[in-house]
Design a protein around this ligand. Structure first.
Ligand code: IMP
Ligand code: MG
Length: 180
């Protein structure tokens, strides 16, 4: 048994289910931005990378990619404030920015990133994520969001970009971690 096998409590979404849902969400995104001449796709690395790679294959609007880095977890323990750093030159003035992340949990990472990006005066900032936990932050709720699964996952997730101790991002499926 590998460490991966021991950690997987339950497979939440298979590779096929993920790819199917991404195609559906891309239709919503294409519809929303149909009047836009360019979207800046901004993956929040590292968790948003797998999703970005598959999502952009289905986006029909001209796009460019700009990376932003945020980290908020050490193992299963959350850091009090997310660390955010810009990786690329930011050229988003008057542009539509679509952030891509694995999961919006408390929304702190998202708000931290949004605050930094707003200083560059983009036309709009929206988020697309695989998961989106219910949260009470009004500013997070007000943001336009395209979410693959809104239903609250019942544990810590790994795979398809989601890491446990920086590992298992490469799994093609999403699993709930077993703590035993
Ligand atoms: P937030 O700042 O509370 O919204 O946390 C969001 C970030 O925490 C995500 O971008 C993930 O990197 C990480 N995260 C939250 N929940 C999970 C999980 O269940 N598995 C792996 N990473 C997670
Ligand atoms: Mg992470």
């Amino acid at each position: 048994m590998t460490t991966e096998d021991k950690l997987v409590k339950e497979i939440l979404y298979t590779e096929e289910e993920i790819q199917k849902r991404i195609k559906e969400i891309a239709i919503e995104i294409n519809e929303h931005y149909k009047a836009s001449d360019e979207i800046i796709i901004m993956p929040i690395i590292k968790g948003g990378l797998n999703y970005t790679y598959d999502l952009i294959k289905h986006i029909k609007i001209d796009l460019s990619i700009s990376l932003i880095k945020a980290s908020s977890y050490h193992l299963l323990e959350k850091l009090s404030t997310p660390k955010i750093s810009l990786i690329d030159d930011i050229n988003i003035k008057d542009k539509d920015v679509l952030l891509v992340d694995d999961i919006v949990d408390t929304g702190e990472t998202l708000l931290g990133v949004k605050k930094i990006l707003e200083t560059f005066n983009p036309k709009s900032i929206a988020i697309t994520s695989l998961f989106y936990k219910e949260n009470n932050n009004e500013e997070v709720k007000q943001m336009k969001s395209f979410v693959c699964w809104r239903k609250n996952p019942k544990g810590f997730l790994m795979g398809y970009g989601l890491d446990y101790d920086e590992k298992y991002r490469n799994l093609p499926y999403i699993a709930i971690i077993s703590y035993n």
